[in-house]
Design a binder for this molecule. Structure first.
Ligand code: ADP
Ligand code: MG
Length: 487
């Protein structure tokens, strides 16, 4: 079996999503990094400006002279107040001046006193060195052990001779960094939305692509199972439509070939049947001539038997090949069963088979009487052939649920195993040396033509029940043949 539709959808979705996801995340990361860089440098710029303006305001030899214990002097207090004002004006977290030896001079942090060593500055040694050479710089963004972000701008403090005496540091406040963390959140939202859109587009396109393929698979399956009547309708002009058109052409060709084959076989059967009649006639005449020699008559009898089995097969075939056209009329089902019993009486008697009709309320059905009779006859013939001598075959008919008429032919014969049961209704399938393999095929065709079906239940130990089920109302939809194995 060729499985055409093996996980096409997941494959398509992956084909859409993986490149999209990679492209989307790459561009999001790239733009995040770009935005972070420019935001960070802008932050640095602002901190350098804050440090620079504070340094200019403090540009005084006095600052450099602050020593431990000076914090209570008027001079120190005045300088600190100025620094605090500047801190508020520039919206920084902390402003502080320190000596080239990294010792605090004046600091808006109340925990720091003049002369304290600022160990944290170790981190920014390179930037501070540049500031000591007279440049304004800012440090790299840094996440402290407390989880907060730090970035500091440094500016030199000059004396009157334009010599660098000290450095002024300006720490960025948390407000400076919220923009950065918001940026990350925005990017995450944009990424999620874009990914979702990509997934939805992928799903949409995949199902649009797959639906016609699935329909094609269904059509191919139905052709494969022998149903050539279902037309394949084609819309659109893409490759899939082309495939559909090819499939439809194939179906038409198969149908046409079927029809030609049937016509040819029916023609051959006709040609055989005509001389068969003549041969039977002349055999009769020959028989009269040979009455005196029993030895030759025995040979003649053999020829006659071969001839009649040949004509039975030819008749079966003609019956099957002829298109079935229903001509419905109302009749009594029980009467029909009686008629079948009468027709089969001889065959049953030869094998001492007990052929019975189960009594039921007589029911009037509307169906094709002749065709139904032919179908039931085929079932009864099979049943008689399947039972041993003195076996039982029972006919019964009833109205089931007010919806179906069911005609059962039950035997206690050899039964069928699953492999035989599966094929039993196929045309030309037979397990009998002289069988045509057309009895059940024709019965099934007749049942289906009535909008019903042929149901076979069989087991090797218990025998077989063949049921013709036809809808009691004429709008019956055509069901396929159904087989059930019983153990
Ligand atoms: N009542 C039955 N009991 C056992 N086997 C059956 C019965 N009816 C049909 N079969 C099996 O189904 C096959 C097909 O039956 P049918 O189409 O009537 O063709 P044929 O009778 O010419 O073989 C038979 O050869 C037989 O193997
Ligand atoms: Mg048969």
């Amino acid at each position: 079996m060729i499985v055409v539709n093996s996980g096409l959808k997941p494959k398509l979705i992956i084909a859409f999503l993986v490149p999209t996801a990679v492209a989307v995340s790459a561009s999001i990361v790239a733009s995040y990094l770009e935005a972070q860089k420019s935001l960070e440098s802008e932050l640095g710029e602002r901190l350098m400006v804050a440090a620079g303006s504070a340094a200019a305001a403090l540009s005084d030899d006095l600052v450099y002279d602050f020593a431990p214990g000076d914090q209570d002097t008027r001079m120190y207090k005045r300088t600190l107040r100025r620094l605090i004002d500047l801190k508020n004006a520039t919206h920084t977290a902390r402003l502080f001046a320190f000596s080239p030896g990294m010792k605090a001079l004046v600091d808006t942090d109340p925990n720091v006193e003049p002369g304290d060593v600022l160990y944290r500055l170790e981190r920014d040694k390179v930037e501070i060195h540049l500031a000591l050479e007279g440049k304004q710089v800012s440090s790299f963004l840094f996440r402290g052990k407390d989880g907060n972000l730090y970035k500091t701008g440094y500016a030199p403090i000059f004396n009157r001779e334009k010599k660098v005496l000290a450095v002024l540091g300006a720490d960025g406040s948390t407000a400076y960094f919220t923009a950065l963390s918001n940026l990350w959140k925005h990017m995450a939202v944009v990424g999620a939305v874009v990914s979702l859109l990509a997934v939805l587009t992928g799903l949409f396109v995949a199902s649009r692509l797959i639906r016609p393929i699935q329909n094609l698979v269904i059509a191919a399956k139905s052709i494969g199972s022998g149903d050539l009547e279902q037309r394949i309708e084609i819309k659109g002009g893409d490759e899939i439509a082309f495939l559909g058109k090819t499939l439809e052409e194939m179906r038409m060709e198969l149908l046409e070939r079927d029809r030609r084959m049937q016509m040819m076989l029916a023609g051959i059967a006709h040609e055989i049947r005509n001389p068969l009649g003549g041969m039977e006639l002349f055999l009769g005449i020959l028989g009269e001539e040979l009455e005196s020699s029993p030895e030759l008559l025995k040979h003649l009898e053999k020829v006659r038997n071969e001839l009649s089995s040949l004509s039975r097969i030819v008749n079966d075939f003609l019956g099957y090949a002829r298109p079935v056209r229903l001509s419905r009329k109302k009749f009594d089902l029980q009467e029909l069963l009686n008629e079948v019993k009468e027709l089969m009486r001889k065959e049953a008697a030869e094998k001492e088979v007990k052929l019975d009709i189960e009594k039921n309320d007589t029911s009037l059905v509307t169906a094709d009487q002749d065709l139904l009779k032919r179908a039931i006859l085929n079932l009864v013939k099979n049943a008689i052939q399947a039972v041993p001598s003195k076996g039982n075959v029972t006919l019964s008919a009833r109205l089931e649920d007010g919806e179906y008429y069911e005609i059962d032919v039950t035997d206690d014969g050899i039964g069928m195993d699953v492999t035989v049961l599966e094929k039993a209704t196929e045309a030309f399938f037979t397990t009998k040396p002289r069988g045509s393999g057309l009895g059940l095929a024709l019965a099934a065709k007749i049942a289906e033509e009535h909008g019903g079906r042929l149901i076979l239940r069989s087991s090797r130990s218990r025998g077989t029940r063949a049921t013709i089920r036809i809808p009691s109302k004429q709008s019956g939809n055509i069901d396929s043949r159904s087989l059930e194995a019983q153990e």
